[in-house]
Design a protein around this ligand. Structure first.
Ligand code: PAF
Length: 286
């Protein structure tokens, strides 16, 4: 696997792959890679012959009091994992390479509607930062297919909407969340958890599973269900940021007519903010 740090080198390597008539599969990341990311690479390899990944901790998507400075930067280990997973090209640019005129002077991409509320409500500007960096990366890599984790459910919806609204010629593929044996969704931020917090964390997924079972059992009293979920999270020592249920397709309001719902949660364990989600089918009641 080749690692490049500049846009010029990236474009040259991609041009070579294109001239060999290879399709380009792309997995953008912020590094500190785990098996969830490796599943994204494996999925990209089902769609393309030449796999490109990027590692860039994008300052534009972090709020002033968030973990930009402490976000784990582990490039050497990431390179080894990507090479072993079959990635062909890694783009690891500096902040100056990505934002040469400074972040304040960067043209922004803002995706209406789907960026509002949930994480967009708690982290103002976050999805503008994501949409901006992903559209820059798409313009640099020009992938046929790009793969994103479903763990960041709202992010995936934002990117799908951006690609549709801006007519970007990229197929977006969502890859199911990879979980630890106890159900905790893999995340680079799990590394912040103390031993005790790590033991508490699986309650997030257990709570979502409980809510999904209630829907499958026929309950449609969403506000009461969410209150029960919030109680379960607080009872286990978490500080919920939000717990919501939405229509799974467009992230609009949940209704008994929605074929699929998604429960979405963000909660703090100590200083660590974790997110998760679970999609559930709502079969018609007979
Ligand atoms: O999901 C992530 O790791 C980031 O938000 C992404 C898509 C790489 C953009 O910085």
């Amino acid at each position: 696997m080749k690692t490049v740090h500049t846009i010029a080198e990236l474009r040259a390597a991609i041009a070579e792959a294109r001239s060999a008539r290879q399709r380009i599969g792309f997995v953008p990341t912020m590094g500190n890679l785990h098996s969830g990311h490796m599943a994204l690479i494996a999925r990209a390899a089902q769609h393309a012959e030449f796999i490109v990944s990027s590692v860039f901790v994008n300052p534009l998507q972090f709020g002033p009091n968030e973990d930009l400075a402490s976000y784990p930067r582990t490039l050497a280990a990431d390179q080894e994992k990507l090479a072993a997973a079959g990635c062909h090209l890694l783009f690891a640019p500096s902040v100056e390479e990505m934002y040469p005129d400074g972040q304040d002077n960067q043209t922004r991409v803002s995706v209406a509607g789907v960026s509002a509320g949930l994480c967009g409500g708690s982290r103002p500007g976050h999805f503008d930062g994501v949409a901006t960096v992903v559209s820059k990366l798409f313009n640099m890599v020009q992938p046929d297919t790009a793969v994103f984790g479903q763990k960041d459910y709202q992010q995936l919806a934002v990117i799908r909407t951006m690609v549709r609204d801006l007519n970007m010629p990229v197929q977006i593929v969502g890859e199911p969340t990879v979980r630890a044996e106890d159900g905790l969704a893999l995340s680079s931020r799990n590394g912040y958890l103390s031993e005790q917090e790590r033991a508490q964390a699986p309650v997030l997924y257990r709570t979502l599973q409980g809510l999904a079972r209630a829907i499958e059992g026929g309950r449609r009293d969403y506000p009461a269900l969410l209150d029960e979920g919030l109680d379960a999270l607080r009872g286990a020592g978490l500080r919920p940021d939000y717990l919501e249920v939405r229509d799974a397709l467009a992230l609009g309001p949940a209704s008994p007519d929605s074929p699929e719902l998604v429960f979405l949660v963000a909660a703090y364990l100590g200083r660590t903010r974790l997110i998760d989600n679970l999609v559930v089918r709502q079969t018609a009641r007979g």
